[in-house]
Design a protein around this ligand. Sequence first.
Ligand code: RP5
Length: 164
Amino acid sequence: MKKVGIVMGSASDLPVVRKAVDTLAALGVPYEVHVYSAHRTPSQAAEYAASARSRGIGVLIAAAGMAAHLAGALAARTTLPVIGIPCKSNTFDGMDALLSTVQMPSGIPVAAVAVDGAVNAALLSAQILAVEDADLAARLDEKRVKDAAAVLEKDAEIEAELRR
Ligand code: RP5
């Protein structure tokens, strides 16, 4: 199976990224994780994206906060799908990173998830790989069924507790 390449702009993004890692691990999707900044280590970030396809990576996830150029900078160097996670920082509540990630000019697409939306970034990357992987698609279907059952269990609990 192809791998997911996860890049974060700073080690301080790891608490968000860990949710993506856990989600991929639970689905049995292989991944690798790196810290490369679009600003502080631009050459390493560019080289990683440029060589990703030849190293068996099928999708890239880029997590960054503030002036979050990482997803766009990776996307500029590859035609692999790139999913950006805008990370919340102390200023602007993540709106800065959201706009920096999502407002890509035509020609270099980035798929942006919600602010700190690492679980959905992982699920979307798995769904992309599942286009060519029926076993992974089945695992994603199973997860949907399990997640729905958990919601209905909560429904029953809350309905019973608050019934008059
Ligand atoms: C971004 O700046 C990183 O992705 C991080 O979210 C933010 C702050 O980085 P640190 O100052 O914590 O390294 O590049």
